[in-house]
Design a protein around this ligand. Structure first.
Ligand SMILES: [Zn+2]
Length: 444
C-alpha cells in the first residue's frame, strides 16, 4: 500500500480545470514527502496509521501564496515614512534608515516578516535586500520558500557586486532546495550600463536570473532618456540583462515598445499595487501586459510603502485599481485575478512546481476558514476569496510538505521572542541623518 506523510481531509479545494479555476467541495489532499500525491473526493483515499491527518472540513484549500517582490526586513521601519513624496521617501527616510542596519537586524526583521507572511498564507517570497546570509538563515529555520537576491547599487562597485554573486553561489538550492538565488542590482537609475553588464556576467556564470526595479515612475523614464538616450527597459536590454531570466519589479511607466521588448525576452513583471496607490506612482498597464502575453505576478513590496505583507490585500487592490483606471468594471475578472495571483506569480519566479494544487506539484498548501460572517453565504467561493477573505481567515499553512502554522498557531517561529529582539533594536534603527544614506534617488 502506498503511504502518505500527510492527509488533509474534507476541505474544499481550489484547482484548475483546463484554463479555469474551480472550487471542488469535500475533497482530501494527500501529501507524500514534499509533493502532492493525490486530490480526491473525501473517502476515496484510504487513511493509514502512518500519516498525520488534518481535519479541514469547511475550509478552503488554496496554493501557498507567492510574493514576487518584497524587501522583507523593511518591516523594521513600518510606519516611519507616511504621506511623503517618493523622492523624500527614499532620500529622507528609507536610505538614511537603512544605513543603520546590521546583519542581526536583518535576521530578526526577516523572521518578523516571515511570521506575518505565514499568518497571511504566503509560502514563497522573492526578497531583494541586504545581508542576505541572514535572510537565508531565517528562511532555513522558519521552513518557508524564498527567492533571494542581494540588492546592490552601482556606486558600491564591482567588489561588492562580486560579494553578492558569492552569496548567490553559497545559497543556491539551500535549505533543502527551498532557497533560489538571484542577482539583484537595484535599478537602471542607480546601476549604469557597465555595472549591469558585469552583473549579467555573474548571473550567466551562476546560471541564475536578475531581479531588478524598472520604470517605477514617468520621471524615471525622462531621466533615462536624458542620461542613456533610451527608456529604462531598452537600457537594460542594451546591457544584456534580458539574456538571463529577468524579474522586473513595477514597470508602471512602460511604453508599448517597452512591453514588446519585454515580451520578446520573456521578462516577467511583479505588480505591487498598494505601493503605487500610496506613493501616487500611477497605475501599471497590466491589461496591456496580459494582452502582449507577458507573465505578471503580484508582490507586496516592502512594508514601508505597503505597510503589510498581505497578498490577499494586494490581489484585491490590483483588481480594483485596474477597474478604476480603465473606468470599466468588466476588466480584471475573477479568473484573471486568480491566474495572476497563482499561475502568474509562480511563472514570474520560473517555479513551475508552485502556484497550483495538483498531483506532482510541491506541497505548499494554505487552508482558509470560511466560517466568518463576511464569508457567508458562499454563492461563489472564488468571489469570496478575491473580495471578502482576510488574512485572519488563514488557519493552516504547509510549505514543502511541512506544517508551518496550524489552527492559527505558528509552529516554526517564536513570535514573542522575535518581537522582543526587534524591540531592543528599534531606537537605534529609527535614527535618521540625511548625510548617512546608502544611496541617493536621482531627480535630475
Ligand atoms: Zn522594491
Amino acid at each position: 500500500m502506498k503511504t502518505f506523510s500527510l492527509l488533509i481531509a474534507g476541505c474544499d479545494v481550489l484547482v484548475r480545470d483546463g484554463e479555469r479555476y474551480v472550487v471542488r467541495p469535500d475533497h482530501d489532499i494527500a501529501v507524500r514527502g514534499n509533493r502532492i500525491a493525490a486530490i480526491l473526493p473525501t473517502g476515496q483515499i484510504e487513511p493509514t496509521a502512518s500519516e498525520a491527518c488534518i481535519h479541514a472540513e469547511g475550509m478552503l484549500a488554496i496554493p501557498g501564496l507567492i510574493n514576487t517582490h518584497t524587501h522583507a526586513a523593511m518591516v523594521l521601519f513600518r510606519g516611519l515614512a507616511e504621506d511623503v513624496p517618493i523622492e523624500s521617501w527614499f532620500n529622507d527616510y528609507i536610505w538614511p534608515l537603512e544605513s543603520n542596519e546590521e546583519p542581526d537586524d536583518i535576521y530578526w526583521g526577516t523572521l518578523l516578516a516571515i511570521a506575518e507572511m505565514i499568518q497571511s498564507g504566503v509560502t514563497t517570497f522573492a526578497d531583494h535586500y541586504f545581508f542576505c546570509d541572514a535572510i537565508a538563515q531565517a528562511v532555513a529555520e522558519s521552513g518557508v520558500r524564498a527567492h533571494i537576491g542581494w540588492a546592490v547599487f552601482g556606486h558600491e562597485g564591482e567588489a561588492k557586486l562580486k560579494q553578492t554573486a558569492e552569496f548567490a553561489a553559497r545559497w543556491q538550492n539551500g535549505a533543502n532546495g527551498r532557497i533560489t538565488t538571484w542577482m539583484a542590482p537595484h535599478s537602471p537609475y542607480l546601476c549604469d550600463e557597465l555595472f549591469l553588464r558585469k552583473t549579467v556576467e555573474h548571473a550567466k556564470a551562476l546560471g541564475i536570473g536578475i531581479h531588478i526595479h524598472c520604470s517605477e515612475t514617468p520621471d524615471q523614464v525622462v531621466l533615462s532618456l536624458k542620461r542613456y538616450g533610451v527608456t529604462p527597459p531598452a537600457m537594460l536590454a542594451r546591457a544584456g540583462v534580458f539574456e538571463v531570466p529577468t524579474l522586473l519589479a513595477h514597470g508602471i511607466a512602460l511604453t508599448a515598445e517597452d512591453i514588446a521588448l519585454l515580451r520578446d525576452h520573456d521578462v516577467a513583471i511583479a505588480q505591487c499595487p498598494k505601493t503605487y496607490l500610496k506613493l501616487a506612482m500611477g497605475t501599471a498597464p497590466v491589461r496591456a501586459f496580459l494582452e502582449a502575453g507577458l507573465v505578471v505576478g503580484i508582490g507586496t513590496d516592502g512594508a514601508v510603502s505597503s505597510n503589510t505583507l498581505d497578498m490577499l490585500e494586494q490581489m484585491r487592490l490590483l483588481a480594483l485599481d485596474q477597474k478604476q483606471a480603465a473606468k470599466d468594471s468588466t476588466v480584471m475578472p475573477l479568473q484573471t485575478v486568480l491566474d495572476i495571483t497563482f499561475r502568474g506569480s509562480a511563472a514570474a519566479l520560473r517555479a513551475a512546481d508552485l502556484g497550483e494544487l495538483a498531483v506532482g506539484k510541491l506541497a505548499d498548501i494554505v487552508l482558509l476558514r470560511q466560517d466568518s460572517a463576511r464569508l457567508f453565504p458562499v454563492h461563489d467561493p472564488i468571489a469570496n476569496l478575491v473580495y471578502s477573505a482576510q488574512s485572519s481567515d488563514v488557519d493552516t499553512v504547509i510549505c514543502d510538505g511541512q506544517l508551518l502554522m496550524h489552527r492559527g498557531r505558528l509552529l516554526t517561529i517564536d513570535l514573542a521572542r522575535v518581537r522582543a529582539e526587534v524591540s531592543t533594536r528599534l531606537e537605534r534603527l529609527s535614527r535618521r541623518a540625511a548625510e548617512r544614506r546608502i544611496a541617493t534617488y536621482p531627480t535630475s
